[in-house]
Design a protein around this ligand. Structure first.
Ligand code: HEM
Length: 214
């Protein structure tokens, strides 16, 4: 599958090198004509990264978010009664499910965290899901509460390499969740929640399929 994707994006980049058009890849190719930072293969790699990083993560938050709201009818009712809550609901669902749990970093200076010394150059594995359930930051962290006023979650990681597509993801999630429940107010699961095939062992947490009815 990776080879097919690479072939597809290889052809796409070749076509856009000839006729860029006004989209993210086209603009990158035009800018690169001046800077010459990337060769053809690097551009194909960037196109694949945008597709892979952007698709599965967001799709997973959509499926988990729908199930999370259906399992918490008071939260869903609050959202449908006040669609203005959608941005907050999205932040809370992003925190609550933390679909990418692990990121890797290298310490750029000596630091101490909770009495543990980390030396410059050490590799560090960070558990975003744990940080997002820190009860000193999010009171009652295991509760889904779309009206939380404080949001310092790290679902998109932190620092210079935090998620490039986070605002696009937020927008997609807002549109999907508010449109779906407005159009299908009787939406409900067609199978018990415990029968849903959760992606327990994937890099990105999610659900393989969510059968619904209305
Ligand atoms: C809910 C949806 C998303 C979540 C939870 C998410 C999460 C993350 C996280 C945690 C990272 C940091 C990974 C690391 O440092 O190892 C990251 C990086 C990245 N994300 Fe997302 N992402 C989402 C959507 C998107 C979308 C829609 C795009 C693009 C269209 C995207 C593109 C990227 C890229 C290119 C990086 C690498 C940034 C860099 O290394 O400088 N992501 N994302």
């Amino acid at each position: 599958m990776i080879r097919e994707l690479r072939d597809y994006f290889g052809e796409l980049v070749t076509a856009k090198e000839a006729d860029p058009g006004d989209d993210v890849l086209g603009r990158l190719i035009v800018k690169n004509r001046g800077t010459k930072v990337f060769d053809h293969d690097a551009l194909v790699g960037i196109a694949m990264l945008l597709q892979l990083a952007g698709h599965e993560t967001t799709a997973n938050v959509i499926s988990l978010g729908v199930v999370g709201l259906l399992q918490n009818p008071d939260q869903l009712a609050a959202l449908t009664a006040d669609p203005g809550l959608a941005p907050q609901a999205v932040e809370e669902l992003l925190r609550y499910f933390t679909v990418l749990d692990t990121v890797y970093r290298v310490a750029v200076e000596d630091i101490e965290v909770d009495g543990v010394g980390i030396s410059r150059g050490d590799g560090v594995i960070l558990a975003l899901g744990s940080a997002n359930r820190d009860e000193t930051v999010f009171p009652g962290p295991d509760r889904l509460d779309i009206e939380r006023s404080h949001h310092g979650h790290v679902t998109f990681a932190y620092g210079v390499h935090q998620c490039l597509g986070q605002n696009l993801a937020r927008l997609e999630l807002e549109v999907v969740l508010s449109t779906l429940f407005a159009r299908l107010p009787d939406l409900r699961l067609a199978v018990p929640v415990e029968k849903l095939p959760f992606k327990e062992h994937s890099d990105a947490y999610g659900i393989f399929e969510v059968p619904v009815t209305w």
